[in-house]
Design a protein around this ligand. Structure first.
Ligand code: CAA
Length: 387
């Protein structure tokens, strides 16, 4: 029996900053951001979008195709949690009207959280093939105004449905994981923005990629040429490019060309959305599926990385007619509909979004009808509403 990704939903907030504007405002040569970092835009979440509302919105795009009574598990991976105790997934469960019998919880290991959820869901569905599982990654990457990491921010969510006989990607059995207790990127409880040793984090990321990729190939008796595409956690496009360069080194021209072209296809959405931490790898998957050159049974490798640090390499096989389970037009529209912010507006929205609104003050949202948003707290209980 095959188990894997049957549906993919995506949401990003309705505002963005253009990297050219940011470069000018910060006195940086634009090509550093556009080429050196590899980003052209980044989504910005205002106070009315958080991990919960974005996770609901990402899942809404496919929920009408799901038999809700079959959903046995709902996992949310996030490092932008809204409560120290209650799982973000309970708010999502309630908005999506999932049955009370669903097992639901939040999972955390930096950007690795969604992959951890997918692995748990894959094994759960293998044991309970009559059930499906929803796994959501949802994050707002915030490093702070005028910091080195500012250019690598972003906001958004990707949600997947894991089930037996999937329509998009069947997950293969093997994996290779690697962890180490290090301090490359973290966010203390008293900080709304991440702390990061940026250069160190990029070194560890590449080291973990090489370790897990080599271990995976050796365990599965595969070579690099067996992969049609390799996907990477994409905190920013240049980071994945560096890993892909390591992957294609010493490959023949045909393999190199295929992996490079599919890598480019996998970065088109992230280039415009920015880092969405847990969901970044899966935004790359969506971008590849909707813009790459793939055929049924092609093998796609996925490298997941969460600072702190945890890395994992695994793979999936493309299902026949996978395009029919996607909605490229809607996903492109999601990115194209965003309104451009001036740097002054972005800075104001950024500062405001770091604060929790005063209790018992209702927040409004300028989102389009149908989307969910955070409407403030009532007696310190978070409220979510649909426009
Ligand atoms: N034209 C073209 N390229 C230029 C340029 C120009 N005018 N000026 C500079 N560049 C290039 C540089 O040569 C450099 O390229 P290489 O990396 O290939 O050497 C690139 O632009 C970036 O320049 P710097 O290294 O000088 O940039 P920086 O010191 O400002 O820092 C950063 C970059 C470390 C990524 C920083 O943005 C950061 O800390 N970001 C957050 C941390 C992060 O995302 N780490 C990734 C791994 S950790 C992870 O993946 C978990 C997660 O999601 C956070």
């Amino acid at each position: 029996m095959q188990v894997g990704i049957d549906q993919i939903g995506f949401y990003t907030p309705n505002k963005y900053v253009d990297m050219l504007d940011l470069a000018h405002a910060r006195g940086v040569e634009p090509n550093k951001y556009l080429i050196g970092i590899g980003q052209s835009k980044m989504s910005v979440a205002d106070q009315s979008q958080d991990a919960v509302s974005m996770g609901i919105n990402a899942t809404l795009s496919y929920i009408n195709k799901v038999d809700l009574e079959q959903v046995g598990l709902l996992i949310m991976g996030t490092e932008s949690g809204v409560d120290q105790s209650k799982s973000a997934s309970l708010f999502v469960k309630s908005a999506l009207k999932l049955p009370p019998e669903v097992r639901t919880f939040e999972i955390k290991e930096a950007c690795f959280g969604m992959t951890a959820g997918i692995m748990v869901a894959r094994d759960y569905v293998r044991l309970h093939p009559e059930h499906s599982a929803i796994v959501i990654g949802s994050d707002i990457a915030r490093y702070g105004l005028k910091t080195g990491g500012e250019v690598t921010q972003g906001a958004g969510s990707v949600s997947v449905l894991i089930k037996a006989n999937p329509r998009i990607l069947a997950l293969t059995s093997g994996h290779s994981a690697y962890s180490a207790d290090i301090n490359d990127f973290w966010r203390p409880n008293n900080s709304a923005v991440a702390l990061v040793d940026g250069k160190y984090s990029t070194e560890v990321y590449l080291d973990f990629f090489q370790r897990t990729f080599q271990a995976y190939k050796s365990k599965q008796k595969m070579t690099t040429a067996d992969f049609t595409a390799i996907l990477y956690h994409l905190p920013f496009v240049k980071m994945g490019l560096k890993a892909n360069r390591l992957a294609v080194a010493e490959q023949d021209a045909k393999t190199k060309k295929r992996l490079e072209e599919n890598f480019t296809a996998s970065t088109l959405y992230s280039k415009q959305v920015g880092n969405i931490y847990t969901a970044s790898l899966y935004l790359g998957l969506l971008s590849l599926l909707e813009n790459g050159t793939l055929s049924a049974a092609d093998t796609i490798g996925l490298f997941s990385y969460g600072s702190g640090a945890m890395g994992e390499f695994y793979a999936g096989k493309v299902m026949a007619n996978y395009e029919q389970a996607l909605n490229k037009v809607a996903d492109e529209k999601m990115i194209a509909r965003r309104q451009q912010l001036t740097i002054a507006d972005y800075e104001q929205i950024f500062k405001q979004a770091l604060q929790l609104p005063a209790d018992n003050i209702e927040l409004s949202s300028d989102e389009a009808p149908g989307y969910w948003y955070f409407a403030g707290t009532k007696n310190h209980v978070r409220q979510y509403q649909r426009k």
